[in-house]
Structure formats: C-alpha cells, structure tokens
Design a protein around this ligand. Structure first.
Ligand SMILES: Cc1cc2nc3c(=O)[nH]c(=O)nc-3n(C[C@H](O)[C@H](O)[C@H](O)COP(=O)(O)O)c2cc1C
Length: 182
C-alpha cells in the first residue's frame, strides 16, 4: 500500500523582498506555490497528497518591514504563536512534507508551533524550504530538535526569485526519493 502523504506548509504571501525589490505576493506566497506544485507532481504519479496551510491565529501584516519586526521578536524570544487546528486525521499520515520560508536563518515561528502541536512519532518528515539565498541553514537542526521521534528524509530547496524552477527541483527530488512514498 502506498504511504499516506501530507504537505503541511507555512507561507507569508504578503510583501517580500525578491531580487532587491519589494513585491506584494497577494496571498500567493512562494512556499504556497511550491507546495501546490508538489501536490500536482505527486498527482501525476498517482500519489495522493493532502495540502494543509499552517496559519497563525494572528496573521502577519502584509507590510514587509512589519513582518520582519514581528518575526525578529519571535525568533529572538523563541515564541510559538497560536496556530489553526491541524489537519483532520493527522495520526494516519506516514510522510509529512513540511514546507516553510527561511526566516532569520531558521523555521518561521508557526512551524515551531505546528511541531509542538503534533506528535511526529513514526512519521517521516521531508523538509522543503524557500529562501532568499540561504537554503536550510539552521532550520533542519531546529526541526530535528522539536521532532526527535520522527525519521528525516533529505528535502529540497527553491530560491524565491527562481520559483519557476520548482517543477524541475521536485522532479529531481522524486527521481531520487520516490520510493519513500511507496
Ligand atoms: C521575515 C523574513 C525573514 C527572512 N529571512 C531570510 C533569511 O534569513 N534568509 C534567506 O535566505 N531568506 C530570508 N527571507 C526570504 C524568504 O525566505 C523568501 O522570500 C521565501 O521564499 C518567502 O516565502 P513565502 O512567500 O512563502 O513566505 C526572509 C523573508 C522574510 C519575510
């Protein structure tokens, strides 16, 4: 039987700095685009994956500088803000793709909340990161610390200015790792 697969992700989707320009992503953040692309790529291979967007109960502001300020406070204090209820039937998933933008060199605070709210025991986490040039940096060790009972697979990264490369990045990942999902 094939594995039950969840794609859980956080994506800001407000103003962001991309190639030195402030761009309003209007709810369609880079990580959301990658998560949706991943779901489509899995579907092409007849692998069903459910998408779940992790959202803080108090949303981040649209303005880039305000989001920087709040996320910096969270990063420095180690805050784990309240987030939405998790996906139905979380216990049944075998593989959790966990997607996030690199914020301050690590996971955004809502990902920390997600890991604390959910028991990852027995699941395989596949991290995927979107970024402005720094790839995973400290995020992997933070995830492993928060989910010590999970198995970890090698993930993949997409740079924000090159989000159009996501299908190729995912194809490459699937070429090497598809057996994880069977
Ligand atoms: C608050 C904040 C902090 C960021 N910190 C980093 C960072 O430390 N390193 C990096 O490479 N990119 C950083 N970025 C860029 C984002 O990781 C990148 O634009 C990402 O693809 C945005 O994804 P999203 O649209 O799904 O939120 C930061 C962006 C924001 C808004």
């Amino acid at each position: 039987m094939s594995k039950r697969v969840l794609i859980a992700y956080f994506s800001h989707g407000g103003e962001n700095l991309i190639d030195d320009q402030i761009v309003d992503l209007q709810g369609k953040g880079i990580t959301k685009t990658v998560a949706t692309t991943l779901q489509g790529k899995l579907e092409e291979k007849s692998i069903k994956a459910n998408l779940f967007q992790i959202e803080p109960l108090i949303p981040y502001p649209t303005a880039y500088d305000q989001t920087l300020a709040r996320s910096k406070d969270e990063y420095e204090s180690g805050a784990a803000p309240l987030i939405n209820d998790g996906p139905n039937g979380f216990e049944a998933y075998d593989v959790v793709f966990l997607g996030y933008p690199n914020w301050w060199g690590t996971i955004p605070a809502p990902i920390l909340s997600f890991l604390r709210d959910h028991d990852m025991q027995g699941k395989t986490i596949v991290p995927f990161v979107t970024h402005g040039g720094q790839i995973f940096l400290y995020s992997l060790e933070t995830i492993q610390k928060e989910a010590p009972n999970a198995a970890f697979a090698k993930g993949f990264a997409v740079a924000a200015p090159y989000v159009s490369a996501a299908p190729a990045v995912i194809d490459e990942w699937l070429g090497q790792n598809e057996s994880l999902l069977q």
